[in-house]
Design a protein around this ligand. Structure first.
Ligand code: ZN
Length: 78
C-alpha cells in the first residue's frame, strides 16, 4: 500500500512510490511522477521491485536486493 497520488491545484495528478520496508521514496529526475506505470518502470530500472497496482508491494533497490539474497539462501537450503 505504498503508492500515493497527489492531485495538484491545476488538476494534474502526481504519483509517489514509497518502499514498503524502509519508507524510502523513489526520486526520479524527470516527469515520471505523472504516470504510475512510467514511474514504476523508472524505479525498476534502478533496481526497485514494484507491483502494477498502487496497492501492491514496492521495495527500494536496497530492500529488493536483501530479499533476493534471502531467496537465494533459502533456495540453496531447499
Ligand atoms: Zn527500502
Amino acid at each position: 500500500m505504498s503508492g500515493r497520488t497527489y492531485e495538484l491545484s491545476n488538476g494534474v495528478i502526481e504519483y509517489e512510490l514509497r518502499c514498503d520496508r524502509c519508507g524510502e521514496v523513489f526520486v526520479c529526475g524527470d516527469d515520471s511522477y505523472y504516470s504510475w506505470p512510467v514511474l514504476c518502470a523508472a524505479a525498476e530500472a534502478e533496481g526497485w521491485a514494484t507491483a502494477p497496482g498502487l496497492d501492491g508491494e514496492h521495495e527500494c533497490a536496497g530492500c529488493a536486493a536483501a530479499v533476493r539474497q534471502s531467496d537465494l539462501v533459502s533456495a540453496r537450503a531447499a
